[in-house]
Design a protein around this ligand. Structure first.
Ligand code: SF4
Ligand code: SF4
Length: 332
């Protein structure tokens, strides 16, 4: 089947910005393949090009041009920087390294960091990794600007955050290399792994019904990136996930994002594929609105975790569960 010229051109641009890591390392370099059940990674521009309906609306993105250019500049620089990984590699890091790394990340605007081993199921079927561990970085977005969604102000904030996080992921990888460690930066656009799932595994929050990570501090209002490495003694943060494991129970009774999504793209019943792989959103529907509105973000603004305190929601859920269980006891 012939691919249309718009899609072909878009694919060329995407692979220029985010080149395949296999083309950047010597052929004999060991790589970590995705699991046979891994889903395909979605490149937003490609889906936009395939969805003819979007058309010239995509030009609205020009309003955020400086941030778009900065995002693309740092994303390409970050991916290509794997060529600079040290030859004589250190595999153990001391406390001082992690302390300095986290201080530098904070200076660059990173709001939280998690450390985890990457499950192969998290790697997209059209990507590969060079290293098995991940440093997961999240960066929050300005609440007042997200509250205005959908708007130019919100769209600019989304792209400002992408740009700043792309810069941070590149600079932090360089920091690791200067200290003698390997790093494969994965910028926040077009990641090689399912970022919300990876961040969830790293104990930074839990995936909500809208498919976004919900964290204690920022609810769903953040962007995610990662740096893969072979540092063997990362202070893994996986056990923090227990703090968030009640979130899906709350989503089951909330469903607010499902009814508010203008594209009707969020599944009320999350779809399960293959090996328990969850799909929350129909991205072909989402991307149309996402592009027309310069980054939509309605599902972030409307999420209960964006509007209310994390612990108050937890308390309300516990109360609800208690009342429901008392009712069912009484009816026996
Ligand atoms: S970004 Fe907008 S269109 Fe996409 S899922 Fe969220 S609310 Fe729906
Ligand atoms: S709006 Fe409700 S259902 Fe949707 S992710 Fe947020 S808490 Fe979950």
């Amino acid at each position: 089947m012939m691919t249309n010229p718009k899609v072909r051109l878009t694919r060329k641009v995407v692979s220029f910005i985010l080149p395949d890591v296999r083309e950047l390392v010597p052929e004999e370099t060991p790589i970590i393949e995705p699991s046979p059940s891994s889903p395909k990674g979605m490149r937003v521009p490609e889906v936009v090009a395939i969805e003819e309906e979007v058309g010239w609306h995509a030009l609205k993105l020009l309003i955020a041009l400086p941030y778009l250019l900065k995002t693309m500049y740092y994303a390409r620089k970050a991916v290509k920087s794997i060529k600079k990984n040290p030859h004589r590699v250190k595999k153990k890091a001391d406390e001082e390294f992690f302390k300095e790394f986290e201080e530098y990340a904070k200076e660059l605007g990173v709001s939280a960091i998690g450390y985890t081993e990457v499950p192969r199921e998290c790697i997209f079927s059209n990507a590969v990794l060079l290293f098995e561990y991940a440093v997961v970085l999240i960066m929050d977005m300005d609440k007042e600007k997200i509250e205005k969604a959908p708007s130019i102000t919100t769209g600019k904030e989304v792209w400002r955050t992408y740009a700043k996080l792309s810069e941070a992921v590149y600079k932090l990888s360089e920091f690791m290399r200067r200290r003698g460690y390997n790093a494969q930066p994965d910028p926040p656009i077009g990641g090689s792994t399912e970022f919300p799932l990876l961040a969830q595994k790293a104990g930074l929050g839990y995936t909500g019904k809208h498919g976004l990570l919900i964290s204690e501090r920022d609810g769903p209002s953040q962007r995610i990136a990662a740096i893969y490495t072979d540092i063997e003694n990362l202070p893994l943060t996986d056990s923090n996930v227990e703090k968030y494991s009640w979130i899906p129970d709350f989503c089951e009774i909330c469903n607010h994002c499902v009814s508010k999504c203008p594209a009707k793209a969020i599944y009320k019943e999350t779809k399960i594929f293959g090996n328990d792989h969850e799909q929350h959103v129909d991205y072909t529907k989402c991307v149309v609105v996402f592009t027309k509105t310069l980054g939509c973000s309605i599902c972030i603004k409307e999420c209960t975790f964006f509007k209310m305190d994390f612990f108050k929601i937890k308390q309300a859920l516990m109360k609800y569960k208690k009342i429901s269980s008392n009712k069912s006891e009484n009816s026996k």
